[in-house]
Ligand binder design. Structure first.
Ligand SMILES: [Fe+2]
Length: 178
């Protein structure tokens, strides 16, 4: 990858690993009564709803109309996992050998380790929806050009979550999914 010394935020001592946040993301995806009422799409720009916020992770619900994308970015020091819950998305990951593309259908899971650079795009013809878990909670996103050169860093605005973590905890309890 092109030389680009990056200073990522120091992760918290109790930062959740990728396996754990995949479990959270897939558990929430199965509890569709929690998030489906909040699904939204806008042909002009991607939609995002902060579903859940806890001190160690947060969950966002994103809506993608055809053609919409993020652009290459990292998640600061956060680990991330996401599940496609409606439609199809493509993930582009910038690695040592350049851009690698992966197609994700409904139910597929993507992971983004702290510091990794990726993009997500809806190349399909129908709307797509995805659930994203970030641990630590997302605070900054740095954007990159196709060569891996940072272009700007965005501070993620902290907005109230629409579902309390107590409700989510009950939904994710193994007994609640039977
Ligand atoms: Fe991302």
């Amino acid at each position: 990858m092109p030389g680009r010394p990056r200073l990522l935020p120091t992760p918290s001592p109790d930062q959740l690993d990728l396996d754990t946040i995949v479990d959270i993301a897939t558990g929430l995806a199965a509890a569709d009564g929690l998030w489906r009422p909040h699904v939204d799409h806008d042909p002009v720009s991607r939609t995002s709803v902060r579903l859940v916020a806890t001190p160690v992770y947060e969950v966002w619900l994103l809506g993608w109309s055809p053609g919409q994308r993020v652009e290459l970015h990292d998640h600061g020091g956060a680990n991330a996992a996401f599940v496609v819950v409606d439609g199809e998305l493509d993930e582009l990951t910038l690695g040592a050998s350049g851009l690698r593309s992966r197609h994700l259908g409904t139910g597929d899971v993507g992971t983004v380790a702290s510091g990794a650079i990726h993009d997500v795009v809806n190349r399909g013809t129908v709307e797509a929806t995805s659930l994203h878990v970030y641990a630590d909670p997302l605070r900054t996103m740095t954007f990159y050009d196709d060569h891996g050169t940072a272009t700007f860093t965005e501070v993620v605005e902290e907005v109230p979550a629409i579902i309390s973590s107590a409700v989510t905890g009950r939904a994710l309890h193994p007994a609640a999914r039977r």
